[in-house]
Each structure stands twice: as C-alpha cells, then as structure tokens.
Design a binder for this molecule. Structure first.
Ligand SMILES: Nc1ncnc2c1ncn2[C@@H]1O[C@H](COP(=O)(O)OP(=O)(O)OP(=O)(O)O)[C@@H](O)[C@H]1O
Ligand SMILES: [Mg+2]
Length: 344
C-alpha cells in the first residue's frame, strides 16, 4: 500500500449518530480519529471515545482548532454549529454537516443493521449443525424420565416414589437448561451497548454451546483460564464469535484430538486462544478463510460466513485476530483485546 497521509477526523456530537460513526470510522484504514466533542459528558459517544482512548471534550472550539484536521463531522443537529465551525476551523479542514452528515449517518446505520442481520442469518444457519448434539443430550434425560415414571407406576413405597420424582425433576431441569441456553443463543442480539465482559465466562459459555456442534467423542479438552481482566465488548457478539471458533476447531478434529481453550492478560492486552490438533490450514489459505463464503465443507454443510463474521465482530469490539496453523498438526486462533483504561 502506498504511504498515504491519514484523513484526520473530528466528530461533533456524541449521540447515537456520533457513536455509530465512531465505531465505523475507528475501523477504517486511512482514517485517524482525533476526538469527539459533546456538551453532555454522559453521551454514549463520549463514553465510547474514552474506551477507544480518543480525546473527548465539551468544548467544540478546542477540538476543531486542532492543526492538521481534515474533516469535521457535525452530527450535533445544532443550528448554530455551522457558523461556529466556520469561525474556528483551521484553513483547509472540510465540514460534513447538515444533509451530508445525515446521509452518512443513515448509511452507517443501514450498514450496522445489515451487519446485525448477517450475523443472525449465519448463526441460525449454523444452528442446524447443533441439532444432532442437542437431540443426543436431551434424549438421555428423556429416557431417564421415562424409566423413572415407569418405575413409579409399579412402586408402592412412598419414600421411593418421592426419590424417583426427585430424579425426574433433575432430569427435566437438565433438559430445560439445554433449551434455555439455545434459545438465548439463537435469539437476535438486542444489546447495542459495550459493557464489561469477563472473557473466561464467555469462553466457557461458548464451549457449552459449541460442544453440541459435534458429539465430542474422543476429544480431550484442556482449559487454561488465567486471564482475569474485564474487556469492553458486546457480550452476545463476543459469544457468537467464540462459538464459531470453537465449532470450527471441533469440526477440524473430526472427533479425535485436543481442544485447548486459554485466556491470559499481559501488557494491557487480554488474549484468548482456541487451539486444536485438527487438519490444519495450508499457508496459502490463511487469508482466504476470512473471506465471506469461503468454505472447504461439503455443500450445505457450512456457509463460509463463520470466520468472516468472527473477524468483523472482533474488529468492532476493537480486538485483533490472528491465526497460526500447520497442516496435519493443528491450528490456533488468537484474539486480543486492549485492556487500556480498564479498571483493574
Ligand atoms: N480450526 C480450523 N482448522 C482447520 N481449518 C479451519 C479451522 N477453522 C476454519 N477453517 C477453515 O476455514 C474455512 C472457513 O471457516 P468458516 O467458519 O468461515 O466457515 P465454515 O466453517 O466452512 O462454515 P460455517 O461456519 O458456516 O459452518 C473452513 O471451511 C475451513 O476450511
Ligand atoms: Mg465455521
């Protein structure tokens, strides 16, 4: 890539529009976000900017006076703003406001809705592959219920009957847990807020869901959760990404091998690794796997959207994804999220 000067952008207005723009622009190469101004220190865009370690201020003039600023995006809706900007902006800085800003705002919002729908569509397509695992796990307690109920019919001793009824309750609870975990996972994500998330908890939750993707058979699972820090993320999206990675790992091992799930905190970075001893990925394919619709699975078996979505979720949550792999040995996916500015 030629070494092009980045476009330096300031956002005025930290409402919903400003926040969406911030999320989108912070991922766009060639854009350098300078900061966000809003008179309300509790505006969502201000909180988001703080998470991203950007400059925040309630003083518009301060922010737009910044030398080298290329673009001022005004999403304040304040009729007095254009005059103020024109008075204080550095020469050469352009203004995107009014109808132009509204158009960009609408496009960003539209993009964010589409992306949400894409995540959901891919998640639902994947749920089919869980069916066998779920049926298996529900069948066991169901047979227990049947057996205990049959025993109750023959039984006269009230204490034994009570014990059997207790067993039935346990088995039904197990079934209802499985069903609850799945309905929660399957439903469209409703949270649009970034909150403190404990990576270990999400990884464990994801493992529980993903293990239905294939019956684990002879897989051994190693868990090494040493990371303790919280990261800022959208919990449902993060869960979705982790489920995808663990599912891929389990599928790559075809029933035999070791799945290793690990977390650690180091140098202001929280890391999650998901490793398998599966088929591996040839060097030439390491970039391709993140492309939409790239799959090596049989037709109808995979959408090829899994890793594409994982990558965009990780990016949206300000993390990084990397992969190392050796054919015939296995693969490791690593996710890294910044801890800077997080309470310890
Ligand atoms: N852990 C892994 N080991 C080996 N190959 C992998 C692994 N993870 C992903 N891949 C490769 O990357 C491809 C793309 O993965 P992705 O999750 O995007 O789609 P998919 O798994 O094929 O389909 P879907 O996710 O819809 O089931 C896979 O088809 C596979 O070839
Ligand atoms: Mg997949």
């Amino acid at each position: 890539m030629p070494n092009v000067e980045p476009t330096r952008v300031a956002i005025l207005g930290g409402g919903k529009g400003g926040t969406l723009l911030l999320d989108l622009l912070s991922q766009v190469p060639g854009v350098e976000l300078i900061g966000v101004a809003d008179t309300n220190p509790a505006a969502p865009g201000i909180r988001r900017a703080l998470d991203l370690n950007l400059r925040v201020t309630d003083n518009v003039v301060d922010l737009i006076a910044e030398q080298g600023l290329n673009l001022i995006v005004d999403v304040t809706g304040d009729p007095a703003m254009p005059a103020l900007i024109n008075q204080h902006k550095p020469p050469g800085a352009e203004i995107l406001g009014g109808a132009g800003a509204k158009l960009v705002w609408n496009m960003v919002q539209h993009e964010s809705t589409l992306q949400g729908q894409l995540f959901q569509a891919e998640k639902l397509a994947g749920i089919g592959s869980f069916a066998a695992g779920i049926a298996h796990d529900i069948n066991n307690p169901l047979y227990l219920v049947l057996g205990f109920a049959e025993a109750i019919i023959e039984e006269h001793d009230p204490t034994t009957i009570r014990d059997l009824a207790q067993e039935i309750i346990q088995a039904v609870r197990r079934i209802s847990t499985i069903s609850r975990e799945f309905t929660q996972y399957a439903r469209q994500s409703i949270s649009s807020e970034y909150v403190d998330v404990e990576l270990n908890v999400k990884l464990e939750e994801a493992f529980k869901i993903a293990q239905y993707a294939t019956v684990l058979q002879d897989l051994s699972v190693v868990k090494d959760y040493t990371g303790k820090q919280l990261i800022k993320a959208k919990p449902d999206e993060l869960l979705h990404a982790l489920v995808n990675l663990i599912t891929n790992a389990i599928q790559a091992m075809d029933g035999k091998g070791t799945l290793t799930l690990a977390t650690c905190d180091e140098d202001e970075v929280a890391t999650v690794t998901i490793s398998d001893t599966g088929c591996g990925i040839p060097d030439g394919r390491l970039e391709q796997i993140f492309e939409p619709f790239f799959t090596t699975k049989a037709p109808g078996k995979g959408t090829g959207l899994g890793l594409y979505n994982v990558k965009s979720i990780v990016g949206k949550n300000h993390g990084k994804i990397s992969v190392t792999s050796e054919v015939g040995k296995g693969t490791m996916f690593r996710l890294q999220f910044p801890l800077e500015g997080q309470p310890s």
